[in-house]
Design a protein around this ligand. Structure first.
Ligand SMILES: O=C(CO)COP(=O)(O)O
Length: 138
């Protein structure tokens, strides 16, 4: 069983935001190494290659990766979502992006969409504590 303080963190970024996410992950690698990381295909492989962190890769976003992460959330498999989506470029899989964000809200998953939000999440102290999230299924 996963330790109660170990969080399952999904890392996702659109192409124009991958550099920013990678930078944030590098800045916070000391903390992130204590958690279980996963993400969409390309984001995961870029982070793993450039930081040495272990990141479980799902499919690339346009090929269904957002839907896989959404399914994980609905199965109680993700504790935090860091999703640097691109507000300036339309995505071929925009419905999947919207669905992922919807499901993250529905299941009350702490979600950050930019560097400052991610900093707040990581520095809130919540990440190192055991906490119970609201279960929308109840
Ligand atoms: O498109 C994405 C999220 O919507 C990200 O997918 P990749 O990490 O495979 O680039």
């Amino acid at each position: 069983m996963i330790s109660p303080t170990k969080k399952r963190i999904a890392l996702i970024a659109h192409d124009n935001r991958k550099k920013d996410l990678l930078e944030w992950v590098k800045e916070n690698a000391d903390s992130l190494i204590n958690h279980e990381l996963c993400g969409t295909g390309t984001t995961s492989s870029i982070i793993a290659k450039n930081t040495g962190l272990k990141v479980k890769a799902y499919k690339s976003g346009p090929l269904g990766g957002d839907q896989e992460i959404g399914a994980l959330i609905s199965d109680n498999g993700i504790d935090l979502l860091i999703f640097f989506w691109d507000p300036l470029t339309s995505q071929p899989h925009d419905p999947d992006v919207k669905a992922l964000l919807r499901i993250a809200v529905l299941y009350d998953i702490p979600t950050a969409m930019n560097k400052t939000g991610a900093d707040y999440l990581l520095q809130s102290g919540l990440i190192d504590k055991e906490y119970e999230r609201h279960d929308m299924q109840k």
